[in-house]
Write a protein that binds this ligand. Structure first.
Ligand code: NAI
Ligand code: A1CAB
Length: 265
């Protein structure tokens, strides 16, 4: 079986690592590179996986997942590049970083795939968008797809759309958690015990997400089904429009898209 390295075991790196192990990858076929010693020890203890501090130690793996912050990418590529060889696969999960940037830092012929994942991968409900670089063949792309499919769904997009993907599904879980947090606060404001408000909000989100996915209906149709003429929902939605929540989402996604572009430049 192919050996896979994960460079950077923070939030996203651990999410992916745990998913690969859940999906049946043998621990002895995985190697993790993590520079924080206490984090390295924690992961070794939790997963029984080999964790090293030296980036170059990952270079012998057939597939190398780059899960460091965009700001650390140039340093990591500088450390690993001398030990890489043609035909190896680098899969970058970093916001903003282009395949062209990575290709310019590694030997010619190293294959690169850019992926934008999200944290629901932790419960195998992730959403990942993948785009091939210049030296990437069908087998490389299939390998990257298989990796991400082990923790959720995968779509293929042209790389120029990855900053927009980052704005909707990469950062998206944070917007959803923010909305749920606001609903819980709203419930507490109306006098509900916090634990009850929490359960009501979370189950409402879960049920609504299931309806969206399982019915395949447009969200506007499902929203109309809840909105009785002259009723409570219409009164609430009017306030959301008055407070320009829709416009706020458009502005928020544009800001995330622009920040993704900045991180890559
Ligand atoms: N957190 C999220 O929801 C998502 C994150 N991403 C991307 O994933 C990447 C990682 O993000 P997070 O996990 O949130 O960040 P994080 O800060 O939690 O993890 C980064 C890890 O990389 C390690 N690291 C940094 N330089 C290193 C080096 N030279 N050698 C070994 N380890 C090194 C750090 O110690 C840290 O543990 C970023 O590029 C981000 O854009 C993409 C989609 C979603
Ligand atoms: O906030 C960030 O930059 C990363 C990328 C997408 C989600 N988290």
């Amino acid at each position: 079986m192919k050996r896979t390295a994960v460079i950077g075991a923070g939030v996203m790196g651990e999410t992916l690592l745990s998913g690969l192990i859940r999906a049946g990858r043998a621990v002895d076929q995985l190697v993790v590179v993590e520079k924080r010693a206490e984090r390295a020890a924690e992961l070794k203890e939790k997963y029984g996986v080999e964790v090293v501090a030296d980036v170059a130690a990952a270079a012998s793996a057939e597939t190398v997942l780059l899960v460091v912050k965009p700001q650390d990418m140039a340093d990591v590529l500088g450390d690993i590049a001398p030990a890489l060889r043609r035909g190896q696969l680098l899969v970058s999960l970093a916001a903003g970083i282009t395949t062209g940037f990575i290709e310019s830092h590694v030997p010619d012929g190293v294959a690169v795939v850019r992926v934008m994942p999200n944290t629901p991968a932790l419960v195998d409900e992730g959403m990942a968008a993948i785009s091939p670089g210049t030296h990437c063949d069908a087998a490389h792309l299939a390998e990257a797809e298989e990796l991400m499919a082990s923790v959720g769904r995968v779509v293929h997009v042209p790389e120029k759309l990855q900053d927009a993907v980052t704005a909707i599904s990469g950062s998206g879980p944070a917007y959803v958690f923010f909305v749920v947090e606001a609903m819980i606060e709203g419930g507490v404001h109306l006098g509900l015990p916090r634990t009850v408000a929490h359960e009501l909000a979370v189950q409402t989100l879960f049920g609504s997400a299931m309806m969206l996915r399982e019915t395949g209906e447009h969200p506007a149709v499902l929203r109309e089904q809840v909105t009785s003429p002259g009723g409570t929902t219409a009164a609430a939605l009017r306030e959301l429009e008055v407070h320009r929540v829709r416009a706020a989402f458009l502005a928020a996604l544009e800001a995330a898209r622009d920040r993704s572009r900045e991180l890559g430049s």
